[in-house]
Design a protein around this ligand. Structure first.
Ligand SMILES: *[C@@H]1O[C@H](CO)[C@@H](O)[C@H](O)[C@H]1NC(C)=O
Ligand SMILES: *[C@@H]1O[C@H](CO)[C@@H](O)[C@H](O)[C@H]1NC(C)=O
Ligand SMILES: *[C@@H]1O[C@H](CO)[C@@H](O)[C@H](O)[C@H]1NC(C)=O
Length: 180
């Protein structure tokens, strides 16, 4: 079953417009870090994200048991060029993540990198599954505006630091394969 399915797919893949994936080179690469401080009931002034929906067995000040399944978090996180939270903020990562499996730690992301510096002006939108147990996770870049007009590619995410359930730092390696 699986083999015949593959055979059916192969001719279609070869007649497409894209070169084989292994030979594709990104037209733009960017590296950012973003910093997420989750509201925990007593860090209102520092928090950059908040649980906005929780399952019946949880609440909005503490991530739920069972891999946080059902929690929805909205965030507005500062982005820096290195891993230091005190470095200049070059943009913000804005959107939401939600935890979507009880058995395994996974999330679904939908957010934009909003950049407004002298180097970059525009937005880059990411959406897709984030297999949190893997050290490196690829998330699709589904579009962009401004300097990133019609951007498409992949963002490789790595959790660079994590402190309890309140702070995490994410390294984002962006590779765009469509640039205009
Ligand atoms: C907010 O952040 C500052 C600087 O990192 C820290 O000194 C302070 O303790 C934090 N406040 C709260 C409520 O977490
Ligand atoms: C949320 O749940 C945690 C853990 O069950 C509990 O310690 C905390 O008091 C709860 N917070 C609220 C506001 O109910
Ligand atoms: C972007 O930066 C420019 C120049 O610093 C400023 O005038 C503009 O208001 C900023 N736009 C946003 C949406 O922050």
């Amino acid at each position: 079953m699986r083999i015949s399915f593959l055979l059916l797919l192969l001719p279609a893949a070869n007649s497409g417009h894209l070169p084989p994936r292994s030979t594709m080179q990104p037209c733009k690469t960017l590296l950012f870090f973003f910093h997420d401080i989750l509201y925990n009931g007593n860090n209102f002034h520092n928090a950059t994200s908040a649980i906005v929906a929780a399952p019946a067995w949880g609440n909005r000040t503490k991530l739920a048991p069972l891999m946080h399944f059902g929690d929805v978090v909205v965030f507005d996180d500062p982005m820096t060029l290195d891993g230091d939270l005190r470095s200049p903020v070059i943009g913000r990562a804005q959107g939401l993540y939600l935890y979507d499996r009880k058995e395994v730690f996974t999330a679904w992301l939908a957010f934009s990198l909003v950049l407004n510096s002298t180097d970059h002006r525009g937005t880059i939108t990411l959406a897709g599954a984030d297999m949190l147990m893997n050290r490196r996770r690829d998330v699709p870049v589904v579009g962009g505006t401004g300097d990133f007009f019609m951007a498409r590619g992949v963002a490789t995410l790595m959790t660079d630091a994590i402190e309890d359930e309140v702070y995490f730092r994410l390294r984002v390696d962006l590779k765009l394969y469509e640039c205009y």
